[in-house]
Design a protein around this ligand. Structure first.
Ligand SMILES: [Zn+2]
Length: 414
């Protein structure tokens, strides 16, 4: 960056400014941004005469939203059966994913925690292309691959047994604590930001039962311990109650889905400070695809009853005071509509402020980057969005974000 650019200040005038750290809304705030960081926030921040001024005084300004459960690098949306991935090369899948990244950023999500991909490491490539400025997308934190048992929730299944998959479709397969450690080491070396393990079966995988356990407690403990050697946190996919509890006891940072969490699981999560990332909107998309005939029938059978059970358990976990972070399983629904989940979170018990916190301050805490993003504060990245009206009254306002700034750069301004 040139010295002139480094000295240039951008001023945002915010009519209303949401502070998720405090759970408050401030009025008539001035945000000063230098390069990619917030420099000052307040009513009486000095405005340099040569500053670029962005007038959002009629809008509500919020920190950039964060989605803690995405699959941006899975290629074009809506191909139903994961086996479709085998019809394209890795480069084709990642090039198709460019549109997913852009749609996500332009809908107001400036950061994502991406939690698994076929083929392996396409997410690393996508993240790096965004960071290098080759393509437009959110700041990505990536898993590199799914760590899964053979034939399990994160495996590419449904093929004849004599078909040999290419290496990047079986990269994360592990069947003992030592094999899990070896995969964690490999992923850490190849640029993963966190580790994704599959503790139970899945809905959208052939031959996998969401109500059964997959990795054993020993394997989950090995994942968490080995990941900690590299400073990485672990996210565990789990639908079944015992698998959820095994993951929490092993010390994972978050349980994904947590669909059938029981009272003991809720108490454990609360006690251990484990985040739940409950994707309570995407059942709408699974059922819609079912009606259109584009969802494999075995997936619909897995999904039966799980959607409503998860929503009721979300309400219970919220009441118990368990930490909840926003995650949608983007890729199950089309990219760019993640914000529809906010209204469901409010419908199932959250206040609009709690729903916003789950996708800002709490999400940043789960990723371990509260000092870098999650609120608009001096020293943090200038990740700023704005919406018309008051999302604290009507949280669905977040479904239409006309202003998006990431890292001090404007990506959308309507
Ligand atoms: Zn997922």
């Amino acid at each position: 960056m040139s010295a002139a650019a480094a000295g240039q200040v951008t001023i945002i005038k915010a009519g209303r400014l949401v502070d998720p750290d405090q759970g408050t809304v401030l009025t008539d705030q001035v945000i000063a941004i230098r390069a990619n960081k917030v420099e000052a926030v307040g009513r009486n921040v000095a405005i340099p005469s040569n500053a670029t001024v962005i007038d959002l005084s009629k809008m509500t300004v919020l920190p950039g939203l964060i989605n803690c459960h995405t699959h941006l690098a899975d290629g074009k949306y809506g191909e139903g059966d994961p086996l479709f991935q085998l019809k394209k090369s890795a480069s084709q899948a990642v090039l198709e994913s460019i549109a997913n990244a852009r749609a996500t950023l332009e809908s107001g999500f400036t950061t994502v925690r991406d939690v698994g991909v076929y083929p392996a490491l396409n997410d690393v490539a996508l993240r790096d292309a965004i960071n290098n400025g080759y393509i437009i997308g959110p700041r990505m934190f990536v898993a590199g691959a799914y760590i899964t048992i053979t034939g399990g929730a994160g495996a590419m299944t449904g093929l004849a047994p004599d078909i040999q998959l290419p290496w990047d479709f079986r990269y994360g397969e592990a069947n003992s604590p030592w094999e899990v450690r070896q995969k964690v080491r490999l992923l850490a070396h190849n640029g993963a930001d966190h580790v994704k393990v599959l503790a139970t079966g899945a809905v959208l995988t052939h031959g996998s039962n969401p109500k059964s356990e997959e990795f054993t407690p020993e394997e989950l403990q090995a994942a968490v311990d080995e990941a900690s050697h590299f400073g990485l946190r672990v996210a565990a996919h789990a639908h079944a109650p015992e698998g959820i509890k095994n993951a929490i006891r092993a010390g994972v940072a978050s349980v994904e889905h947590a669909t059938l969490i029981d009272d003991e699981g809720i108490a454990l999560a609360k006690q251990r400070g484990t985040y739940l990332v409950m994707d309570i909107y995407d059942d709408e998309c699974i059922q819609e695809d079912g009606r259109k005939g584009s969802m494999p029938t075995d997936f619909l059978e897995h999904d039966r009853d799980l959607g409503e059970a998860q929503r009721q358990n979300f309400r219970k976990a919220l009441k118990a005071g368990v930490k909840l972070a926003f995650g949608t399983d983007a890729g199950v629904c089309p990219y760019g509509i993640d914000a529809r989940q906010f209204a469901y979170m409010v419908k199932y018990g959250m206040t609009p402020m709690q729903a916003i916190q789950s996708a800002t301050s709490s999400a940043a805490d789960l990723i371990g980057r509260s000092s870098e993003f999650g609120s608009i504060k001096p020293g943090k990245y200038a990740d700023v969005i704005a919406v018309a009206g008051d999302p604290l009254q009507d949280v669905s306002r977040l479904e239409n974000v006309p202003f998006v700034m990431k890292d001090g750069k404007i990506y959308k301004q309507k």
